[in-house]
Design a protein around this ligand. Sequence first.
Ligand code: FAQ
Length: 312
Amino acid sequence: MTTTPEQAQFDALIAADGRIEPRDWMPEAYRKTLVRQISQHAHSEIIGMQPEANWISRAPSLKRKAILMAKVQDEAGHGLYLYSAAQTLGTPRDEMTEALIAGKAKYSSIFNYPTPTWADMGAIGWLVDGAAICNQVPLCRASYGPYGRAMVRICKEESFHQRQGFEILLTLMQGTDEQRRMAQDAVDRWYWPALQMFGPPDDQSPNSAQSMAWNIKRFTNDELRQRFVGMLVPQAEVLGVTLPDPKLRWNDETQQYDMSEIDWTEFFEVLAGRGPMNAERLRRRREAHEDGAWVREAAAEYARKRAQITEQ
Ligand code: FAQ
């Protein structure tokens, strides 16, 4: 196959670690993979509002409530920047939303677990936002300009989210025996799903090699998972919680953490829509979309009238 001048220019830009912008020529497969990843990421932020929204009305103090509300609003904002980034690739937002509510689009497995206690707010901030940061900081250097730039702001906000989760757990760990048990129980339930956020193991990750060649992903799923565990170990010591893996220890020879086998059957079940909360998350999302129909109609009508006025 002969290389076209556009393809050669694209390849040269990628080789020089440059940025691809919306009006630049790009291979269709590059565009498709970006729409896939960015839209899944946007859906995750939007669905990801639900597990924490569950606790806004029951937060233990006014201050906690204000912080949690701000965090959940941040997630909505992240979803919006990401949908905007995906739209620059030519896929309309409506199309992405339709795919989500029809149950055809993927979103992160992590948001299909329930949040039965207040300590879950701590565990989500510490572990889920912690994993999100670990995975997303390298995405600030993604070769697609609008995605990389959106990630910079998102990562700053995620890092505040992670600290607030850590602080919730620290407060509980300094409390009564019951509060400490509640914190440990939440860590036990969120630890393994948080490790699964990084995606399947490298030998079962069909997209990694190409995404790395295009400088979208900078590290493999397993590399980032290892980095995350390395980040958690000293923080767990400060908190006084135990990471629920009896085999977890540093291996001097391999220069990485040994750990138990992750339950990939559970992961693939969740991806297939059979996790504990998949049906509920989609039902709620559909309902919110339907409830918002009048807002979309009113906004469209307002825009139509404004356009008429400016035409006159
Ligand atoms: N869940 O070949 P790979 C957040 C899918 S953070 C569901 O390795 P890739 C913040 C994958 O899409 C969470 N599906 O794929 C927050 C692919 O399916 P496809 C969101 C998963 O793309 C915190 C297939 O498996 N973060 O929202 C998962 O190279 C607190 C094969 O996998 C991002 O989206 C999974 N865990 O690597 C919000 C980050 N893992 O499309 C609220 C950006 C894999 O071929 C509260 N995304 N799959 O049908 C990425 O970095 C990558 O897309 C990976 C997957 C690493 C997720």
